[in-house]
Design a protein around this ligand. Structure first.
Ligand code: HEM
Length: 188
């Protein structure tokens, strides 16, 4: 069995097995954006929160374990990923991983928001395990220091400039806070 970390990624991974995968994801994301213009931000953050725990393996979708972590507060649009998976199962049964769907949804979200059309390799494998503790431990808290956040990105091979650039993801989207038990969304 190939573990999520051993997956061989390739830019043309689905060329034969599911050639229209990116179009299917783009159309689904576009459909959501028409009714919720804040959706691209949700898809981009979802990719970070998936990848930060056990790698990019869709473990965030499994049951309610990672999502039960307070670190995943405000994570949205999981249902859209399930919906895209359902569509792709009809189009190319058993081929496309949820981890790749999350990555593609983020990629098309960046492009739809006026960012670059980044080419990303595909072929991620889905995990069968997920853990609330791993999410608590690996997803950075809102009050993290700059030094600690740089440690996270440099441990993944990013230099200072790249670390600053990736935090530029926050030019999209908004935040939430709780007031008297109610979740209030700040402007996106
Ligand atoms: C140390 C690293 C990071 C910290 C501490 C952090 C923290 C946060 C916090 C506290 C929010 C607001 C959540 C809410 O109240 O709903 C947020 C939103 C967001 N984050 Fe991060 N983040 C980090 C890295 C990243 C990275 C690497 C990306 C993407 C590449 C990213 C993308 C986003 C996006 C797009 C939103 C807006 C989400 C929405 O509007 O639904 N973040 N982040």
């Amino acid at each position: 069995m190939v573990g999520a970390c051993e997956a061989q990624l390739a830019y043309d991974y689905y060329k034969i097995s599911c050639p229209h995968v990116e179009n299917t994801v783009r159309n689904a994301v576009l459909g959501v954006v028409f009714t919720d213009p804040t959706a691209p931000a949700a898809f981009l953050r979802l990719l970070f929160h998936d990848c930060q725990v056990q790698g990019c393996d869709a473990s965030i979708l499994l049951g309610n374990s990672e999502m039960a972590s307070g670190m995943n507060f405000g994570i949205r649009k999981l249902q859209t990923i399930h919906h895209i998976k359902y569509k792709l199962e009809a189009e190319c049964p058993g081929q496309v991983s949820c981890a790749d769907i999350i990555a593609l949804a983020a990629k098309v979200s960046v492009a739809l928001s006026g960012g670059p059309n980044i080419q990303i390799p595909l072929g991620r494998k889905d995990s069968t395990i997920s853990s609330l503790q791993a999410a608590d431990l690996n997803i950075p808290p809102p009050n993290i220091t700059v030094d600690a956040l740089l440690d996270i990105f440099t441990s993944k091979g990013l230099n200072l400039e790249e670390s600053v650039a990736i935090m530029g993801a926050h030019t999209l989207g908004g935040g939430h806070y709780k007031h008297c038990g109610q979740v209030i969304r700040l402007a996106a």
